[in-house]
Each structure stands twice: as C-alpha cells, then as structure tokens.
Ligand binder design. Structure first.
Ligand SMILES: Cc1ncc(COP(=O)(O)O)c(C=O)c1O
Length: 488
C-alpha cells in the first residue's frame, strides 16, 4: 500500500518539476522522511555535575611551570593574579571536580548544547562518513568560551575579588567574561588585540553592552603597551601582547585579578562539559566517533570536546580503542605542527611563568589572519604533552581553504561558523573526502566552537577574493625561537 508520506513526496516531486527544481536542491524536503535524527538533545538535568581532569589519566604527569630561575612556581607566586580556589584546580590531579551549583545554574541558560548529525553536509560531500557536530554557538556570547568565563568569575567573586582584566583575540572570550561579569556583578576590563578590534567593531559593542571596558591592544595604559608602541606605532597586536597588558595591570592592583580564556589547566578543565555531554548524546543514538576535530588556538575547545573521550580510551573502553583526536591550527601560526616543545612564556613580555609547551617563540607576531582566536604563539601545556606523547594528533590548514569549508558548511547546514571553527570543519571535510575515495564509513565529530555572525566582514573579504594564504613565516619563527628563554 502507498503511504501518505510517499503520496506527499510524489506530489512535491511533480510540483518541483513544474517549477524547474532538481531533486538535488529539494533533497532537504525528503530528509525528514528518510533520515535518522538530526538534533540530539539532552535535558537540563543532564548537564554534568563534575568537570573531568585529564591529568588523572595521563601516563606522565605534567611538568610544573617554572620561574626565571628555573625553579617550579608554587601557587603562592601566582596568587597576585589568581584566587587560591582556581590555583587549586590548576594544580589538581583529581579525576573529577564538582561544578558549583551557582555555575550549573547559569550553564542552564544555554546548556546542554545540541549535537547535530550533518546529514546535508554528508549528502553534499557524497561521503560514506557520518558527520556529527557539537554546536557551542548557542551560548549568549556565541561560542564555548562562557563555559570557563562563568566559573572563573564565580571563583573570583567568592574569593572577594570584584574586578578582572583579560585579553581577547576574536572577541569571543572578552564577550564571555563581560557576560560573566554581569552575572556576578563584577567590573571587567578587556585588552582586545588591535587587528580584531578593527575587524570586529560589534564584538566591542557586545562587550560594552555587557558592561565591560574595552581597549585596542597595544595600549598606552601599560608599560608593555607603551614600550611596544614606542618602537612600533603601527603594531597590530597579538594575544601574547594583550595577555601581557592584562597580567601587568592585574599584578599592579590589589583589587584586580586576571582571567585567561584558554591555555591553562583549569580553563581546559571547565570546557570538559562539552565532551561529557557529547558522549551522552552519542549514547542516545548508539554511536561513537572514530575521529574528533576541533580548532586549536590555546586549545581549550579541543580539550573540552576530546578529553572526556580520551578518558574512555584510558579506561580501556573498546569503542575508543582506535579513536583519533585531531587539533586543527592555521598554517600561518602552526604551534603544534611546526613549533618546538620547550619552556616558554605564555605572553609576549615574559610576565607569566615558563610553561613547557609547543611554541613558536613568545614574541612571534602571527600574521593578521581572520581567525583571531588562533593567533597564539603556544598551545596549552596539557595538549602539548599529549601531542608530544602521540596520544593526540594535529594538522595545519591554510586560511582560504577554511573559509571555503565554512561557506560549504553554512550552505548545507545553515549555521555560519566562526573563522576559528572553520578550521575544524576544513579538516573534517578533508577526512570525509578521503573516506569517499577509500570507501571507509567513519564517524566524525566536529566541535563547532562558535558562530560567525560578527565575522561577516571576513566572509565578505573571502567572497571578494581578498583573503590570502600567508606564507609559513619561517624566518620570523626562527628568529623568535632563537629568543626562547634559557631554562636552568
Ligand atoms: C569560536 C572560537 N573557536 C576556537 C577558538 C580557539 O581557542 P581555543 O583553542 O582555546 O578553544 C576561539 C578563540 O577565541 C574562538 O573564539
């Protein structure tokens, strides 16, 4: 017997033929009747109660941060800019750390975030792969960054701090901390990398809407900024410089602490709610990823999505036996794929302790690519160590190809990805196309770390053919690496 659905389908086909439309551009109409679930959703009660600390499962414990004398830096030395409750998390090797209820309460505003099955993208690519993406753009700031901004503001607040400084590249972290400042009635000052400040004026407006002060870095407000501007008045800024400015100010004022949007252990820890939710969502549809892709700047969204799956691997879970986690970085700022594994400063001026990480040299100035959140000379020490020990992988992709992937994704899936997120999408599409050639039906998971609604000027440049692939800046990197601090 012919079902109602088939009759409706047949009628749509007839109508489509009359309108001159092909089956190809009508296929979304049919997906609903033929495809499995598109959005895999969880209830608010499924928001994780604990963060997962990968340190507990690392085969070798992380190397400590060092002072300029080569000696390990204890929490007391960092207490000038961080509260003790955050420093405890930074040093912790406990596997599970409870999420405070006031933080979970705020997470409920946008979490759990949806996991999508990218049926339409799969169809466009003609790949045998199943592609899923975890969408973090549903947060008020539009990315994963509030997952850590909220707890960082909370821990500072309960430690009696009412004012925070920070840096921002893409503007996503600055927005997230500005929002968190509103939630806990705190003052927020943001040093925004100058090139992003110019490229993304609406990100500045958003931060101001949430009550933050925003300055284009390098500024005249700090010694670091004044020094840089004196020798290079046109300096476009970098995350390393903005971090120096924010840390310098926090260290000089007793009422002010500093909050970092990535890199440090506690930031990666807070992001693990992403992967924990994703695991529950995969369970709901009886699936499990073979490969995970995420953009990698300082590394927190990559860690957030992949560490909870690495926990399965560490626990001997058969499903995770062949799991591959791929950090995707820009070819113009290839910290993991072309950097060296060494002790280096986290900022441009050398205010932070030395951390063992893959680095291009703390004063390397990355080219002004549009993925501002990926313009960082180093990568989180935890990710660096996992990469060094070959437990995770990394690839670098060029700028124009990332926008090409972002546009393809937007046209298939609807969501316009942030330029940073386009990196993870690019690498996943490349894998899906490789599988098309080989016939392998892999399950791929992308962390779609944010939307690109405030990055449309970059998309405009892409459409106008004005975006370029920066050459791998070999000479600048060589020069910056020659200035690595001598340890011990
Ligand atoms: C949307 C988005 N994705 C990714 C990143 C990269 O940061 P991380 O590597 O710390 O996740 C950023 C940084 O600003 C971002 O805004």
């Amino acid at each position: 017997m012919v079902s109602v659905i088939e009759v409706v389908r047949a009628r749509i086909f007839v109508a489509a033929a009359g309108l001159g439309r092909t089956r190809q551009n009508l296929y979304p109409l049919f997906l609903e009747t033929t495809m499995p679930q598109t959005k895999i959703l969880l209830d608010e009660s499924d928001i994780p109660t604990h963060w997962y600390n990968v340190v507990a499962d690392m085969p070798n414990k992380p190397l400590p941060p060092l002072g300029p004398d080569g000696q390990p830096v204890g929490p007391e030395k960092m207490a000038a800019i961080f509260p003790m409750n955050i420093l405890e998390q930074e040093m912790s090797s406990e596997r599970w750390i409870a999420i405070p209820e006031p933080v979970r309460e705020i997470y409920r505003m946008w979490r759990p975030s949806p996991l999508f099955r990218a049926h339409r993208l799969e169809q466009v690519l003609g790949t045998p792969c199943k592609i899923y993406y975890k969408y973090e753009g549903v947060s008020p700031a539009g990315s994963h960054k509030p997952n850590s901004a909220i707890p960082q503001a909370y821990y500072n607040k309960i430690a009696g701090i009412n004012r925070l400084t920070t840096e921002t590249g893409a503007g996503q972290w600055g927005c997230s901390l500005a929002l968190a400042g509103q939630m806990f009635d705190m003052e927020i000052r943001v040093y925004m990398v100058k090139v992003s400040y110019q490229q993304k004026p609406f990100r500045r407006s958003m931060m101001q809407t949430w009550g933050a002060e925003v300055f284009a870095s390098p500024t005249n407000l700090t010694e670091t900024g004044r020094g840089i501007l004196a020798s290079d008045p046109e300096n476009q800024g970098s995350l390393g410089i903005a971090i120096s400015e924010a840390v310098e100010e926090a260290a000089s004022r007793a009422d002010t602490n500093y909050a970092l949007g990535s890199v440090l252990n506690h930031v990666l820890l807070h992001q693990t709610i992403i992967g924990q939710e994703a695991k529950k969502q995969f369970e709901k549809v009886g699936d499990y990823p073979d490969m995970i892709f995420a953009p990698c700047g300082g590394g927190c969204n990559f860690a957030g999505v992949s560490f909870p799956f690495l926990a399965d691997k560490a626990a001997g879970d058969k499903r995770a036996e062949n799991l591959r986690c791929v950090a995707v970085e820009p070819t113009s700022c290839p910290s993991l794929t072309k950097g060296v594994y060494a002790y280096d400063f986290g900022d441009a001026s050398g205010f932070t302790p030395l951390m063992k990480m893959y680095t291009l040299g703390h004063d390397f100035m990355p080219p002004g690519i549009h993925a501002g959140g990926l313009r960082y000379h180093g990568v989180s020490p935890l990710i660096s160590q996992l990469y060094h020990e070959k437990l995770i992988e990394a690839v670098a992709v060029p700028q124009v190809a990332t926008f090409e992937a972002g546009v393809m994704f937007a046209r298939a899936e609807g969501i316009i990805p942030a330029p940073e997120s386009c990196h993870g999408i690019r690498a996943a599409i490349d894998e899906a196309l490789r599988c098309k050639a080989s016939g392998e039906p892999k399950t791929l998971l992308i962390n779609l770390s944010g939307h690109g609604h405030f990055d449309m000027a970059s998309y405009d440049k892409y459409f106008a053919g004005e975006l370029v692939d920066f050459e791998y800046p070999e000479h600048e990197i060589e020069a910056a690496l020659a200035r690595l601090p001598k340890v011990g």
